[in-house]
Design a protein around this ligand. Sequence first.
Ligand SMILES: C[S@@+](CC[C@H](N)C(=O)[O-])C[C@H]1O[C@@H](n2cnc3c(N)ncnc32)[C@H](O)[C@@H]1O
Length: 229
Amino acid sequence: MADHDSRQGHRYDSPEILDYLNQLHASHGGVPGAGLGSELGKGLAQAFAAPERQGLPAIQVGMSEGKLLAMLLRLAGARRAVEFGTLAGYSAIHMASALPADGHLWSLELEEKHAVAARENIAAAGLRERVTVLVGPALASLPQLESQGPFDAVFLDADKGRYDLYGRWAAAHLRPGGLLLVDNAYFFGRLLEDSAEAAAVRRCHEEAAPSFDSVCIPTPDGLLLGIRK
Ligand SMILES: C[S@@+](CC[C@H](N)C(=O)[O-])C[C@H]1O[C@@H](n2cnc3c(N)ncnc32)[C@H](O)[C@@H]1O
């Protein structure tokens, strides 16, 4: 059920509730394939802690959002996926863990320092062969990728001011039935503001709506989910 307040955006979560549920449902040792002490669980924990430990911005997805990405890829039977914005590899490890052994994730990252950390964490998770991190502005790396498509899933989590371009690329390179996933779909609460970045995120939503069966999942900052028509 929902009540009037929750339909208007009121939330019933709290740091304590989120922590309790993250530990119960999304602990790093509990993801499929990650028995206690396994490489995958260690790699996830290492990547989640990496930003603070290695002086990178701590802007990785939350534990539940990471697990949700992996579960959506599993449900879609994804084999080939693309991520915009690698950081230290936390979401990349979740996504790659959901692909079959012959599947592949290409993750695009602007900063060499982030890519170095990500490759280290992905290797620690035992997923070195399943993930390629391409360094440079995402738009410059895309032409190298196109021969690998069509893709089963595309996750946007890089610079929000280019979400319209990234979303357009995803629509052109996802197979019918493929998944578009867009983090920060509320743009940190500024989605309806009059700024170039907010307008780019709105264009991403507006162009996705007719090409995808879409819904915006109310995660803390919104996760747009689209199934390519
Ligand atoms: C929010 S972080 C990604 C977090 C990661 N998806 C996770 O949850 O573990 C955004 C990343 O996008 C990268 N980025 C920013 N602009 C970019 C661009 N034009 N091309 C590729 N990556 C970019 C940043 O350097 C940063 O590492």
